[in-house]
Design a protein around this ligand. Structure first.
Ligand code: HAM
Length: 432
């Protein structure tokens, strides 16, 4: 009876495979970021993907879209679990749980990893996506906000990201937000009948977040002159205004252009004073490559001692889509052999020169092995046949010119070392 092929299983909507060729670029960006952050005194932290649901309810905020409708949560036994939708809450939990408040301040951390949000998938908005972020604990100075922004901009400059702009806002401390809350409620009340259901709900629970609404009719009202004028009045405290002025002075001195966006409130509830986003017009509707700000109350809200903090996270998928580079790791030496253990040992010797060496593992005729070396676009074939093994020698073939030389195995490493020095010198001359 004919065997029917079984149905293939597809990946989940909004969750992508990152294929080897693209992973090379991801790795290069991660290495660049690792060097930049480590050299600036930041240390990597790795926290679990799964956390107690309450962490995000309390950390990110019950009224946010993330907690309301985007979390992947499930129950097991008595417990409620959530796949992390962002990195900050977990890092703060780890900070509190591991007594990091007793570490010498500031505590400067960075992280990378998968995040999960049940959003409607589209370009730049995935259900599983990756963030890289950094957080500074224990400093309330504007300089800490400035350094965090500076490092993000530095990374983007090294990666030559196109058409970036930094939008920044001061949303005040919790006390002045309370003043704003009351004033804004009174101000916007006459427009409530023209605003959407969510805005009406947020009017009661968290009027601040109304400004984040994407419904066109609401957006038109918030973009209008009346609301813009209301927001541009400085309703934050003097200390908060000074913080903002000092921060923007430092940015000016560093030559980092910025633009104030009074409507920038961000989708997470933990922010105080500084909030910012770095966008690129080369991205589509989801144009923010990086977002962050100050969150001076979160450590306390999650059970730690009062600790000011600031930081940001960038979206790797969006970042990678902006990087105009291709990374390749072509095989340099391909070992054609009928003796795998000897081939693996010779490969190991060549790899000590930092070369990419692949051993043919097929056991097929040498003609077929050569065909694979060609497909791999290898530069050299190293041939280890019966004769070579018996006489403790190797044959090296330049696959571009066809030149072939036989040499004793002792001394082969030195020969290759000299060869690679000649090649490097050639490359340098070409570059000049
Ligand atoms: P966020 O703005 O929610 O902030 O996310 C930061 C970045 O992650 C965004 O600017 C975007 O590039 C990327 N991102 C967010 N959602 C998605 C998605 N569904 N698909 C693809 N990329 C996405 C935070 O998460 C804060 N924890 C940042 C922070 C750190 N604030 C202070 N410290």
């Amino acid at each position: 009876m004919e065997k029917t092929q079984r149905k293939a299983i597809k990946r989940l909507r909004g969750m992508d495979d990152i294929l080897p060729e693209e992973v090379l670029l991801w790795q290069q960006i991660e290495i660049m970021a690792w060097e930049l952050f480590t050299q600036a005194g930041y240390h990597e932290i790795r926290t679990p993907v799964l956390e107690d649901t309450e962490l995000f309810e309390r950390g990110v905020g019950e009224e946010t879209d993330i907690v309301n409708k985007e979390m992947y949560s499930f129950e097991k036994g008595e417990h409620r679990y959530t796949m992390r939708p962002e990195g900050t809450a977990g890092v703060v939990r780890a900070f509190v749980e591991n007594g990091m408040s007793r570490w010498p301040k500031p505590v400067k951390l960075f992280y990378k990893g998968s995040m999960f949000r049940y959003e409607r998938p589209q370009a730049g908005r995935r259900r599983q996506f990756h963030q890289m972020g950094l957080e500074i604990f224990g400093l309330d100075s504007p300089a800490a906000d400035a350094e965090s922004i500076y490092l993000a901009m530095k990374l983007f400059e090294q990666l030559e990201l196109p058409n970036l702009s930094l939008e920044i806002n001061n949303i005040g401390d919790p006390e002045s937000r309370e003043v704003f809350r009351q004033n804004f409620r009174a101000f916007i009340e006459p427009s409530l009948s023209k605003l959407c259901e969510t805005c009406n709900r947020r009017y009661e629970s968290n009027p601040f977040r109304m400004l984040d609404c994407k419904v066109p009719e609401c957006k038109a009202i918030y973009d209008g002159e009346a609301v813009s004028g209301f927001l541009a009045q400085e309703w934050t405290s003097e200390a908060s205004q000074n913080h903002f002025l000092d921060l923007t002075d430092i940015l000016d001195e560093l030559g980092i252009p910025w633009k104030r966006n009074y409507r920038l409130v961000r989708g997470l509830d933990y922010y105080t004073n500084t909030v910012f986003e770095i966008t690129s017009t080369n991205l589509g509707a989801q144009n923010a490559v990086c977002g962050g700000g100050r969150y001076d109350r979160l450590v306390e809200d999650l059970g730690g001692p009062p600790t000011p903090a600031t930081g940001w996270a960038l979206g790797m998928e969006r970042l990678v889509s902006l990087v105009d580079q291709k990374v390749e790791t072509p095989v340099e030496y391909y070992i054609i052999n009928d003796h795998p253990s000897a081939a693996m040992q010779v490969a190991d010797v060549i790899r000590q020169l930092g070369k990419i060496v692949e051993v043919d593992l097929s056991g097929k005729a040498f003609g077929k092995q050569f065909a694979v070396a060609d497909k791999r676009k290898a530069k050299y074939a190293v041939i280890l046949g019966e004769e070579e093994i018996a006489e403790n020698k190797v044959t090296l073939k330049d696959l571009a010119t066809g030149d072939q030389s036989v040499m004793p195995l002792p001394g082969f490493w030195e020969y290759l070392e000299a060869l690679s020095l000649v090649e490097e010198a050639g490359l340098e001359a070409e570059e000049e």
